[in-house]
Design a protein around this ligand. Structure first.
Ligand code: FAD
Length: 399
């Protein structure tokens, strides 16, 4: 049994874990971060970064190294509806990009290491350790499965993603409304018609994002209902390519395209934690709540959420009080930062599941580019959600 006593122990070295670690280390706290993977590692994701993410990476001191990897600038999004309607939307300011997660996540973790965060890879967290009703540690196992280690810390932060073991041990997860979904992701070379815009194609029962990664490579990510699970299990590549052909206009663009690497299948997703702070523990990123990939806001909320977690954790550690009451401010800050985005996400999901209504919205957005640009700037994390959560905006979009 190995013992450590840092100020904070973070489970998970994705964007949420690294951002929390960087911000706590900058405040002078001793941080240990565990991840079950060895980096660089892949993560099933459409790999689009909103302009808001670019801003967050700048704040974390990681943008210059990400940019040096030769990433493309994306000026907005092109949406294609089920009946072939096409709406081009421009970000109000700045630009987004697309970066393979094996690069992005490794560079963020390297930034944490530069700030003296102790990073332990190949180390899978299992049970939580409790004392007097308070979380005070994590039991973990090395990737080889040989030795169990117990890590103690003043505060435990679960940033271990979609299937968070920390959230499960806290009995925090519940499933909000909306059907559970599966994601399929693959890189392709040779897709024709790529541009400096991200793409979102909506079909009858699926949607598909295409993000140009530079150098002719693109990420193709599809989301389908869990009822397709059996067909996927029978052959994920065949399913993927069959489904791609159902999207208006995509078939011809993939005629000369070749897959690079495997298909990653992930999910089911669509769950949230009931709250994000307990006595001695917090949740960040997907462990706390999951954004549907349609709006591409997960990485922004992981980075911004990590920043908020570190703000509250830093104050609690300084005062020597990591009780749920002292950490409760985190839920309030998250509500303030993400409450509007959660509403927008629910509205978009509602419309995406109703093709006739979506068709009318796309028609209205085509005729009113100012609304289309505003919408994509909200989902791009550069304009507050309140700007579109108004009767006037909704009327103009839905009329
Ligand atoms: C199909 C799909 C497409 C998406 N596309 C986009 C997109 O284009 N843009 C966008 O912004 N968002 C997108 N998202 C969402 C985005 O991927 C997530 O919101 C983001 O990765 C959350 O970061 P995180 O740090 O919370 O979790 P993760 O990135 O999942 O990181 C969690 C880390 O925890 C580690 N871990 C897990 N369990 C344990 C354990 N027991 N012990 C130790 N370590 C553990 C994992 O190895 C991993 O490194 C997409 C999601 C899906 C499913």
């Amino acid at each position: 049994m190995t013992e450590h006593l840092p100020d904070a122990l973070i489970v998970g070295g994705g964007p949420a874990g690294s951002a929390t670690a960087i911000e706590l280390a900058r405040r002078g706290y001793r941080v240990t971060l565990l991840d079950k993977a060895r980096f660089p590692r892949t993560k099933p994701c459409a790999e689009y970064l909103s302009p808001g993410v670019v801003g967050q990476l700048e704040r974390l001191g990681a943008w210059s190294t990400v940019q040096a990897a030769g990433v493309p600038a994306l000026h907005g999004f092109v949406f294609t509806g089920p009946a072939g309607q096409v709406v081009t939307c421009d970000f109000a300011t700045g630009f987004g990009t697309a970066v393979p997660r094996y690069i992005l996540d490794m560079l963020l973790l390297e930034q944490a290491r530069r700030l003296e965060v102790e990073v332990i890879e190949d180390c899978r967290a299992g049970d939580l350790v409790w004392k007097d009703g308070r979380v005070c540690g994590v039991v973990a196992q090395s990737a080889k499965g040989s030795s169990h280690m117990t890590f103690h810390a003043r505060l435990i932060i679960g940033a271990d993603g979609l299937r968070s073991v920390v959230a499960r041990r806290l009995r925090a997860l519940h499933r909000p409304e909306g059907p559970p979904r599966l994601g399929l992701v693959s890189h392709y070379e040779g897709i024709t018609g790529l541009s400096a815009y991200g793409e979102m194609h909506v079909g009858r029962d699926a949607y598909c994002g295409i993000a140009p990664l530079g150098g002719g490579l693109a990420n193709v990510a599809m989301v389908v209902g869990t009822e397709q699970g059996r067909a996927i299990a029978a052959g994920s590549r065949a399913f993927f390519e069959r489904k791609l052909a159902e999207f208006a206009g995509l078939c011809e663009r993939f005629e000369r395209a070749t897959p690079v690497g495997p298909i990653w299948v992930t999910g089911p997703f669509g769950q949230r934690a009931t709250r994000s702070a307990w006595d001695g523990a917090m949740l960040a990123g997907d462990a706390a709540d999951f954004y549907d990939p349609f709006t591409g806001q997960g990485i922004y909320s992981a980075l911004r959420g990590g920043e908020l977690a570190a703000t509250v954790a830093g104050r609690a550690l300084e005062h020597g009080d990591v009780s749920a009451a002292a950490l409760g401010e985190y839920d309030r800050l998250r509500q303030r930062a993400f409450g509007g985005k959660w509403k927008v996400e629910r509205l978009i999901q509602f419309f995406v599941r109703r093709p006739p209504l979506l068709g009318r919205i796309l028609h209205n957005l085509m005729a009113q580019p100012d609304l289309a640009n505003l919408l994509v700037s909200v989902t791009g994390d550069i304009v507050p959600a309140a700007r579109i959560l108004t009767p006037g905006f909704l009327w103009r979009v839905l009329k």
